[in-house]
Design a protein around this ligand. Sequence first.
Ligand SMILES: [Zn+2]
Length: 65
Amino acid sequence: MYCKIFGHDYKVSRDVTSYVKEYSCNNCKKELTTNSKGDLIELTPKFKEINNMLEDIHNKRKLRF
Ligand SMILES: [Zn+2]
């Protein structure tokens, strides 16, 4: 109800890479993520999977350098 009036209150819930992040709303827990084009989209299980892979690749790169 709050979100319908004031809009969602998104906070970054996870840094996947430097440019892909996951967001969740403080009030209704709705989740968003950044896609490859930099748009905010709904965080579906499919995208959660993609983000997990991205994070994996990202972390491996960090270790190498
Ligand atoms: Zn909300």
